[in-house]
Ligand binder design. Structure first.
Ligand code: UDP
Length: 488
């Protein structure tokens, strides 16, 4: 039976950079474990990842990229809108999910012709329809969870206890019940599913939940030693077929892989620039791929970096959305003033390459899960500046649970519209103070750096031959093999 002899994993992410990147990394990990991996994406995304996949394939890995037309106009989105991060407005998110579900038919047609025949679908958990597809093809359907276990456990405890619903004001704090650490939150920091002020995506979420319940297995981008109590809890809630296989970014072994995750010119420039600095001195600031902050908010971040008087790299998104910020940078003379110490990267930075450079001394992050894990893997302390979704929970993980983070002090998720209501989310002085706290010579900062370094070592060990994530990946592959033997 060819499905058993030559296992073939077909991976399909939700169309956004934050979901593609770990999925591509995971495909490479799977191929490194000796199975066939096909990533299904759209033409625009394929362009971006083609060379990485080509090189992996040239090196002997059984891996490829296939693209399907993304039905943007069919679903009422502007032409060419293939990714969640380039939606002109958040109100279009429903259309985006409609377009994503319209991928089902072409995806199934594709599966019919794939060789070797597919033995497993690994999909982002937002693509609930893949459950139906996997049933049609009688192959296991696996979720790739883009969040960590701690964030899940907090959300789950709140959903059950409804503690947050009993507080009156948005800014009143409450403690997440039933978990090993004392985590204080406010309603303003909660993820959208717990947050009644957010856009209504209930139907999409319900579908997602229903699909999750019937999934054959779940892969989580984390490693067991990072959040052991919460991994245990996660498994208790979701059942036994949960495997932690991260940090998947560690599959970017060569510098070329790391460079290709950024724009090419930025990558060459940034490496040379970083070589100029002493170890552990530079602050790397990047707020992920979907930063919803207005230019006048982001200016504060830039001014805070400048005021800290430390060398820094500041990543700002290129394109129309950041035009206001770009104008400010030029008019204010920011870049000219800071050119001795600062490097502004416009567009897409090679984040994993930058973080792995010895000059980096701190990572100012929005606490997206990928970025959080990449910072942990690199062994650097985090300066936390969450914006929305489960990012405030990841901040709590970094600060309270792991002891490797310092808060900038953002008090509310951007989607609450607070920036219009009560002024700045990020303040220059707060940015400066947090950076100073992370980089000073005191005992507390030294202890934080030490913990970060230790976690970095643990992350690397987990993914290496014989480490927990490595073994989990093998067990998962064996599980898929068995399922195929049973079903066919
Ligand atoms: N990233 C990058 N360069 C950038 C911005 C982001 O390489 O300029 C990568 C980053 O390394 C991470 C991903 O994009 O892997 C962002 O995912 P995350 O979960 O941190 O946040 P999101 O963008 O989904 O909010």
């Amino acid at each position: 039976n060819s499905r058993v002899n030559q296992l073939h994993f077909v991976l399909i992410p939700l169309m956004s950079p934050g979901h593609h990147i770990p999925m591509i990394d995971m495909a490479r990990l799977l191929a490194q474990h000796g199975v066939f991996a096909t990533i299904v994406t759209t033409p625009l995304n394929a362009l971006r990842f083609n060379s990485t996949i080509q090189r992996a394939s040239d090196s002997g890995l059984q891996i490829r990229l296939v693209s399907l037309h993304f039905p943007s106009t069919e679903a009422g989105l502007p032409d060419g809108c293939e990714n969640m991060d380039n939606l002109p407005s958040r109100t279009l998110i429903k259309n985006f999910f409609i377009a994503s579900s319209m991928l089902q038919k072409p995806f199934e047609d594709l599966l019919l012709g794939l060789q070797p025949p597919p033995s497993c679908i690994v999909s982002g958990k937002n693509l609930a329809w893949t459950v139906e597809t996997s049933r049609k093809f009688r192959i296991p359907r696996v979720f790739f969870d883009g969040m960590g276990c701690f964030a899940f456990c907090c959300t789950n405890r709140l959903e059950i206890s409804k503690v947050h619903e009993r507080v009156v004001s948005d800014s009143e704090s409450f403690v997440v019940p039933g978990i090993p650490h004392r985590i204080e939150l406010t309603k303003r920091k909660l993820p959208e599913n717990l947050n009644p002020g957010s856009p209504d995506l209930t139907a999409v979420r319900n579908n997602m939940r229903a699909a999750e319940v019937v999934a054959d297995a779940i892969l989580v981008n984390t490693f067991e030693d990072l959040e052991a109590d919460y991994v245990k809890d996660y498994k208790m809630v979701k059942g036994n077929n949960v495997w932690c296989i991260g940090p998947v970014s560690a599959s970017n072994k060569s510098n070329l892989d790391k460079i290709e995750r950024g724009d090419e010119t930025a990558s060459i420039e940034v490496s040379q620039w970083l070589d100029l600095w002493e170890p552990c001195t530079v602050i790397y600031a990047c707020l992920g791929s979907i930063c919803g902050l207005k230019p006048w908010q982001l200016q504060e971040l830039g001014l805070g970096l400048e005021a800290s008087n430390r060398p820094f790299i500041w990543v700002i998104r290129g394109g129309e959305k950041s035009q206001g910020l770009e104008n400010w940078i030029l008019e204010d003379g920011f870049e000219e003033r800071t050119k001795k110490k600062g490097l502004v990267i416009r567009g897409w930075a090679p984040q994993v390459l930058i973080l792995s450079h010895p000059a980096i001394g701190g990572f100012l992050t929005h606490c997206g899960w990928n970025s959080t894990l990449e910072g942990i893997d690199a062994g650097v302390p985090l300066i936390t500046c969450p914006l929305f979704a489960e990012q405030f929970l990841n901040e709590s993980l970094a600060v309270e649970v792991l002891g490797i983070g310092v808060r900038v002090g953002v008090e509310a998720a951007v989607t609450w519209g607070l920036e219009e209501r009560s002024g700045l989310v990020i303040k220059k002085e707060d940015v400066r103070t947090a950076i100073e706290k992370v980089t000073d010579d005191g005992e507390e900062a030294e202890e934080r750096r030490k913990k970060a370094r230790e976690l970095g070592k643990m992350a690397k060990k987990a993914i290496e031959h014989g480490g927990s994530s490595y073994l989990n990946m093998d067990t998962f592959i064996q599980f898929v093999k068995q399922q195929n033997e049973i079903n066919n």
